[in-house]
Design a binder for this molecule. Structure first.
Ligand code: M6R
Length: 612
């Protein structure tokens, strides 16, 4: 939610900044802006809309040559997505420029104080107060001014600033919002995430909470908000710039859908030790802690929540520990019953989702153990957790989550099996058998991708459909929810997922002639479930629905009731979401594209939601 980049070095800053913003645009695309400091002057260009609008403006009104600069791509919170609300924001004397990600919760009172002091604010944003406060606090040292201002701010923020009177430094600060430093040779970077500078350096410095960083071409200085030297962690990014390119695909989403076999395989790599035991080496909870767990609570948002719903089936089945699953945004406000023996599993691709972060903080305050399942190394949620299991999906750029979802399903199965191993609810050979089943998933997903063309054709055929329903049972139910979410966010269509058995309790009234209904059919080995859903398909078909049936290969029993049959490889029930979700991803992607919508950057959305 909002992308930020800062640069100091020898290159033309505006070029580095625009390139970084292009990679960060997935974080928000309501406006974009850039500022440079040159000749003791700060100059800003900013424009509402996508980055292309800013580039057009820069072509008409070029910035002066400078090797110090910063940029911002916005997901609007305070103030409409207009030119005047676009970042960077400046003080009245145009000495300081500021970009911001997050929400400054006490901005109204700060704004009132500034206005009482005669300051005229030029935008509706919470950010602008920071530029005026920095200008007032500046006494020759921008980092010192930043520390003083940050101590007055409440809420979540990443800030980056430059000042005309101190043109050799770019200063950043963070509280509850992401900011990473890129260490180059004679140049340094700030970024909301490493993709901002990945084409220049893979050496990254992870900042902690409430820290201020000053970057100069040959120096990085990090302090706390109180000015004390701060501990930081350096690491190497394990992917390169090509991973953040489209690689010949029309959309990042399509590329990421096709990367799923590899992402699943990578997430499984190295999980069995020399003694044949499942190992999760980022697991910092002792076996004793894990044996004491008497309840698991899983939290996540959107797609991550759906993988949590799937996790419930695996964890309860293999460990017999009761599992609750909850959307993170509701969690802490209902006073959940938590304690030392509760394991809270937080699932998040980005590791920065504010609802999830606040939920884990609440859980830790209640002394619960927190295990994060996350895709972004060094992000806030794993850093604030007791243990982390990383998914190795690589960078996910498209706003719609695809490969992260499949790898989250793999990760929750690994966690379930690990708990079973530690608690002795499964024998070692059973665990290895299940790991082998997981190891067969990359090939199964590959096969789905090879046979998915009819799903594309169907999407083009249904481009004018008013709504689509999705039905599933057991782990097929979260798949139905995920299929509907993809369609809503990409094709802006009314789409709902239901537990198939629940349909007769109300939603069946929605069925009308030719309404497309996608049904995820459980494997034939689950006879009771399977028979029930075949009945459900007949019920909706009798009422005129157009049935699109996803069933395992060779399932002839459903064929007579399917207007379109989408076969997927036969796999164990608990792993069926890994194959059954893929056609739904392709369907939503193709339908959005057929409607002419922006597949990678759907309206109103941002990849990483860092506000509550
Ligand atoms: O980064 P996270 O996994 O925490 O993000 C959670 C949701 O915002 C995310 O899954 C969202 O629902 C996706 N855009 C769905 O495709």
């Amino acid at each position: 939610m909002c992308g930020i980049i800062g640069y100091v070095g020898q290159q033309k800053a505006v070029d580095v900044v625009i390139e970084g913003l292009r990679r960060l645009e997935y974080r928000g695309y309501d406006s974009a802006g850039v500022a440079v400091v040159a000749g003791n002057e700060v100059q800003v260009r900013r424009r509402a809309g996508k980055l292309a609008n800013l580039e057009k403006l820069l072509a008409e009104q070029p910035l002066p040559l400078s090797t110090f600069g910063m940029g911002h791509t916005r997901w609007a919170t305070h103030g409409a997505p207009t030119d005047r609300n676009a970042h960077p924001h400046m003080d009245e004397a145009a000495q300081v420029a500021v970009v911001h990600n997050g929400i400054i919760e006490n901005f109204a009172s700060l704004r009132a104080q500034l206005e009482d002091g005669g300051v005229m604010l030029a935008s509706d944003t919470d950010t602008e107060v920071v530029s005026h406060l920095l200008a007032q606090a500046f006494d020759g040292d921008l980092a010192e001014a930043m520390r003083a201002v940050c101590r007055r701010l409440e809420g979540a923020f990443t800030l980056v600033a430059i000042h005309a009177a101190q043109p050799d430094v770019v200063v950043g600060a963070r509280r509850n919002s992401p900011l990473v430093v890129g260490r180059g040779e004679g140049e340094n970077f700030l970024g909301s995430d490493v993709s901002a500078f990945i084409s220049h350096t893979r050496h990254a410095v992870e900042l902690g909470q409430d820290q201020v960083v000053e970057i100069r071409p040959h120096q990085i200085v990090v302090t706390t908000f109180d000015g004390k030297p701060a501990d930081v962690k350096e690491y190497e990014v394990d992917w390169d710039a090509s991973a953040a390119e489209k690689g010949g695909y029309d959309y990042f989403m399509l590329k990421e859908i096709h990367e799923q076999p590899k992402a699943v395989a990578d997430t499984l790599l190295g999980r069995i030790d020399d003694d044949g035991h499942l190992q999760l080496d980022e697991m910092r909870l002792s076996d004793e802690d894990l044996r004491e767990i008497d309840k698991v609570v899983i939290i996540g948002c959107g797609t991550a929540y759906h993988s949590g719903l799937i996790a419930k089936y695996s964890i309860e089945h293999w460990t017999r520990i009761p599992v609750e699953v909850e959307v993170a945004s509701e969690f802490r406000y209902r006073d959940p019953i938590l304690g030392r023996h509760t394991l809270v599993i937080a699932i998040s691709q980005s590791g920065e989702t504010m609802d999830t972060l606040m939920a884990i903080r609440h859980a830790r305050e209640q002394e619960s153990r927190v295990l994060a399942i996350c895709n972004v190394n060094g992000s806030t949620i794993p850093r604030e957790s007791d243990a982390v299991v990383y998914t190795y999906a690589g960078p996910e750029i498209a706003v719609a989550s695809t490969k992260a979802f499949l790898t989250q399903i793999v990760a929750v199965n690994l966690v379930a099996l690990y708990l079973a191993q530690v608690r002795g609810t499964k024998w070692g050979d059973e665990i290895i058998r299940h790991i082998d089943e997981l190891a067969a998933m990359p090939e199964a997903v590959d096969r789905v991708l090879d046979t998915v063309e009819p799903m594309r054709a169907l999407a083009r055929e249904l481009v004018d459909a008013k709504a689509v329903l999705f039905l599933g049972r057991h782990v097929g139910y979260p798949v139905a929810l995920e299929g509907a979410l993809k369609l809503k966010e990409l094709a802006y269509m009314h789409a709902e997922g239901f537990a198939a058995g629940e349909l007769k309790h109300g939603p069946i009234a929605l069925i009308e002639q030719d309404l497309p209904v996608v049904v995820i059919v459980p494997p034939r080995s689950r006879k009771v479930l399977h028979d029930k859903i075949v009945s459900n398909i007949q019920e909706i078909r009798a009422r005129g629905a157009r049935t699109i049936v996803i069933a395992e290969e060779g399932d002839d029993t459903v064929a007579p009731y399917a207007d379109t049959l989408v076969p997927v490889p036969a796999v164990p029930t608990l792993l069926q979401p890994i194959v059954a979700t893929v056609p739904l991803q392709v369907f939503a992607c193709e339908l959005a594209s057929a409607k002419g919508y922006d597949v990678d950057q759907p309206r109103n959305l941002a990849k990483s939601v860092t506000v509550e």
